[in-house]
Design a protein around this ligand. Structure first.
Ligand code: GRF
Length: 192
């Protein structure tokens, strides 16, 4: 059976990218990551991608006139590579109209909270500050709003300690499994 073609968009460390690439290489998902897009040319995710032999496109958004301009370039790259789904994995930008229209219901994201609670870049810290005890992770379709769009999967964990680093590691571990589960659903057409 033909492998599903994934693109991963990331801005930072890329542990979720690596979890996806590893699951592909181990045959846990019938897919391959055909492109890694990174908007931070020095990000560690690019090192990880090299190790997996994934083609990378690193760009500086400031060198383009607008979001539309760089998304048009990205959309062409995705089209040329026959990408089926785009997985955002710590991509610190809002996705605009150009990509959303071209890849409608084919762009997903992972977020380290039980959405719709704690949207934004500091979800784990915000939840801790709020006194949360039930933490979690959400995968969802992407729309034009920050961490918005229909939820696909969620997983929760009770944590009553006070070590944010430990909690962050626990949450990342959950993310890596949940993203693979969600990608399998996408591939097997369980969501459309
Ligand atoms: C993850 O917590 C993800 O949920 C959020 O950004 C973080 C990226 O981590 N959207 P990594 O770069 O995949 O390690």
């Amino acid at each position: 059976m033909k492998k599903t073609r994934l693109a991963v968009f990331a801005s930072g460390s890329g542990s979720n990218y690596e979890a996806i690439a590893k699951a592909c290489s181990e045959g846990l998902v019938n897919a391959e990551v055909v492109l890694l897009v990174c908007d931070k040319p020095g990000a560690y995710v690019l090192e990880r991608a090299k190790r997996y032999g994934t083609e990378c496109f690193a760009f500086n958004p400031k060198e383009y006139g607008s979001r539309e301009a760089y998304e048009t370039v990205l959309a062409t790259m995705l089209d040329e590579r026959g990408v089926d789904f785009v997985c955002l994995a710590g991509y610190m930008r809002i996705v605009g109209k150009v990509l959303l229209e071209r890849y409608e219901r084919r762009i997903v994201n992972i977020h380290p909270s039980l959405l719709p609670s704690f949207k934004g870049a500091h979800a784990i810290q915000d939840a801790v500050d709020y006194g949360v005890k039930l933490f979690g992770v959400t995968t969802h379709f992407v729309d034009e709003t920050l961490d918005g769009g229909r939820i696909i999967d969620q997983a929760g964990v009770v944590y009553e300690g006070s070590d944010i680093e430990e909690l962050t590691n626990i949450i990342h571990g959950i993310e890596h499994k949940l993203y693979v589960k969600t990608i399998n659903k996408l591939i097997n057409n369980k969501l459309l």
